[in-house]
Design a protein around this ligand. Structure first.
Ligand code: SAH
Length: 260
């Protein structure tokens, strides 16, 4: 394993929840960090793996509320590194997938702080795998789009060309999409997607509280409200969702011979 040098920052993805999905580099960083600066989405069971005596620092953002500010977080990382600490910046999923890892890395580069990026398993791939949904499947899709359903001001992102995605991407994986799901689904249907196309909403993926709601494009938003499903949720739109009927390995584990 590479040395975790004092005065450096590791930007590390913690994966979607299950501690078993941490990389060996992420575990190494947890073992050696002096300070762990973590986000709201980092699982408690993962924080519990930090070296005893490491400082734990919450830098969370929740529901679009910017608290503390992104420049504030970057400044804090720089300050800790300049004080000679080994700084572990721990983020849910992958740090560079809708996680502002790039912004923090730019700030570190500008401040001439040495840093390393440790990728993590992103919710849009690993979370769906835990629901028995492969993001690509031969004969179904040769392309997949990862898109945010929420811009920094809380609206349906206008910077997203939903019509183009509807036409060009047989599978669409939506992060932060629950709040605006009705509006997003309406735009996809208006652009030609079938109202009956399957949609899966995976809540708290890879954690013991994982829930999966399968519905259709036309009905998913109402079904989500009726079910009371809670965030964080990752949403998959497309025919790959149908594979879950056969591939729900997690739900099936208790049914295997010899299972307790
Ligand atoms: N960097 C993260 C994404 C951060 S944006 C990653 O790569 O996964 C936050 C969004 O990610 C949430 O609103 C949700 O859409 C998704 N997400 C993260 N963890 C999740 C989980 N365990 N289950 C379902 N969705 C999750």
């Amino acid at each position: 394993m590479p040395d975790f040098m004092p005065g450096s920052v590791w930007l590390v993805g913690a994966g979607p929840g299950d501690p078993g999905l941490l990389s060996a580099l992420a575990l190494h960083a947890l073992d050696h960090a002096d300070s762990v600066v973590y986000d709201a989405l980092v699982d408690r069971r993962i924080l519990a793996l930090a070296r005893p005596g490491a400082g734990l620092d919450y830098a969370g953002k929740r529901g679009g509320r910017p608290s503390p500010s992104q420049p504030g977080i970057s400044a804090h990382l720089i300050e800790l590194a300049r004080a000679g600490q080994r700084v572990l910046r721990l983020k849910g999923g992958d740090p560079c997938v809708f996680g502002r890892g790039g912004e923090e890395a730019l700030a570190l580069a500008e401040a001439k702080i040495p840093f390393r990026i440790v990728p993590g398993i992103t919710a849009g791939i690993g979370g769906l795998a835990y629901a028995g949904i492969p993001v690509t499947h031969r004969d179904v899709n040769s392309a997949v789009t990862f898109v945010t359903g929420h811009s920094s001001d809380g609206a349906v992102p206008d910077g997203v060309d939903w019509e183009a995605i509807a036409r060009g991407s047989p599978v669409i994986v939506i992060y932060m999409g629950l709040r605006h799901l009705a509006a997003i689904a309406a735009r996809l249907i208006a652009a030609g997607r079938a109202p009956g196309e399957p949609v899966a909403i995976v809540s708290k993926a890879t954690t013991p509280d994982q829930r999966v709601l399968v519905s259709t494009l036309a009905e998913a938003a109402a079904a989500a409200t009726a079910s009371g499903i809670e965030g964080p949720t990752i949403i998959a739109v497309g025919e790959v969702v149908r594979l879950r009927a056969t591939l729900d390995w997690l739900g099936d584990i208790g049914k295997w011979p010899g299972a307790g």
